[in-house]
Design a protein around this ligand. Sequence first.
Ligand code: SF4
Length: 352
Amino acid sequence: MGKPNEHTRRVMVGDVPLGGGAPVVVQSMLNAPADDAAANLAQIEELAAAGCEIVRMAIPHRRDIDVFAQVCSASPLPVVADIHFDAHIAVEAARRGAAKLRINPGNIGGLDKTRAVLDAAGEAGIPIRIGVNAGSLDGALAARDDLTLPQKLARSAADYVRFCEDEGFRDLVVSAKAHDVMTTVRTYRLLAEELPHVPLHIGVTEAGTAFQGAIKSACGLGILLEEGIGDTLRISLTDDPVQEIRACWTLLASLDLRRRAPELVSCPTCGRCQVDLIGLAREVEDRIAHLDKPLKVAVMGCVVNGPGEAADADIGVACGAGSGVVFVQGTVVRKVGETAIADALMEEIGRL
Ligand code: SF4
């Protein structure tokens, strides 16, 4: 399903293929304290259960490297080391189990330091993401008034990629993010033109809290993915990272690129509805979010559109006055009271 980008060069992040026609990879970033291995591993378990395929972990200080190494050795998912300002941490992370490094060459201490990081990644056999950000552009480039911000971001990323490739390091992924949606879209379009062979990590950075961030990300990343741009995505939310994964999968399913969890079809309710449909839909959404079954589940408020949508879905309910008629693949299987609807739907889902 969908149209993965086949032009980009394939890199491996642990055992996860990225680029070169591989399915678009879903990732997130840990936000547990960097010095707490148990907390980070617990968060990785939650993320993996939600469908996360790669996690990124910040290593703010040299003293955090031991914890990072512990997390890498016990993690069921490949762990990317996120490093700013200190190339020594990046070199150590490569030696201590990172599946990939994320650096911004603009703040890692100069090209010699970048070379040391490339050498360490090359020895470890891991890729590097060059992550350029609107908030941390190189000063000389940022000051140029003959270039737009997307041109500056794309130029900065492309310059670093060429530097790495000239050094003989090609295991690269690139990102160039801004918090503004259309700046992000224009930047990635330029990157896809200038660096058609390099896998792109797409995202709208600092997108905000769950509601705003999901909408901004869906707009920007939806446009890019529909144009065939993007090999991996992160939806950055000021929220639990599990919500980022749910948003990623919802976006990929909406674009028919990949499906994982069931899709919820639910009506907006109106004056005809005689059950607490909003509460029911939220409960069902939460209970199906971790299921690895690409089903369609309909939760409908009344007989106007209810029976049609419920019958069209794999599993559905059309509610009436304090009750619901449950459908399984188009056939009515039972009628239950309002408080038993969610359990009945989950039971029927379990049977499929
Ligand atoms: S299915 Fe019924 S309750 Fe829901 S919005 Fe349509 S008419 Fe209203």
